[in-house]
Design a protein. Structure first.
Length: 191
């Protein structure tokens, strides 16, 4: 079972077009530990054709797997992260996000839940992080499970999950190196 532990990252646009850097860590709990997209991950922020209709957190981790054929994992559990003060509710960000969503809903531009909690995760200490190899099938399966965990309906998650199996970039593009763990929260992770 996969569970998102953090809210959607803030993004900073870099240059023109679909070029963004995550400003926050995005973390999911899995049966094997937590997997995450670290802040400073470079992304096109596209989940499937466009990013206008689903939560894009799943695409950020999927992009890392596609680019490097590796994922970042920590053996810390959700409870470990909370006890160490790394995973917590950001009250100011929660208040701001709820206010933004309520304004959009009143304007007819949003029809979802306006009562959200913005959980953030500070940088996980490097001694608790490792990289693991991920296969094409495993990366795509995780993508589909993460989509469902973030609220994407089964039909759409299954459609998008099936579509990524058509991604020839896995074999056609050169594998990019994963940054060294000690540089993880300092360097840009290019996907």
């Amino acid at each position: 079972m996969i569970k998102p532990l953090t809210y959607k990252s803030r993004l900073q646009q870099i240059g023109d077009g679909n070029k963004f850097i995550l400003e926050d860590n995005e973390v999911f709990a899995t049966h094997a530990g937590v997997i995450f997209a670290p802040r400073y991950t470079f992304t096109d922020n596209i989940t499937f054709i466009n990013n206008t209709f689903v939560d894009v957190r799943a695409s950020h981790i999927h992009d890392i797997g596609c680019a490097t054929h590796k994922l970042l994992i920590s053996n810390l559990t959700e409870q470990d992260l909370i006890e160490r003060g790394l995973l917590y509710l950001n009250e100011k960000a929660t208040e701001r996000e709820c206010r933004f969503l309520e304004t959009l809903k009143k304007a007819g531009r949003y029809n979802g839940n306006t009562d959200v909690s913005v959980y953030v995760c500070d940088d996980i200490p490097q001694e608790y992080i490792e990289t693991i190899d991920v296969s094409f099938s495993e990366n795509n399966r995780l993508f589909k499970e993460m989509l469902k965990a973030t609220g994407v309906n089964n039909f759409m998650a299954n459609t998008m999950g099936s579509a990524v199996y058509l991604n020839i970039g896995w074999v056609a593009k050169a594998v990019k190196p994963m940054p060294d763990i000690d540089r993880l929260f300092k360097d840009i992770l290019i996907t």
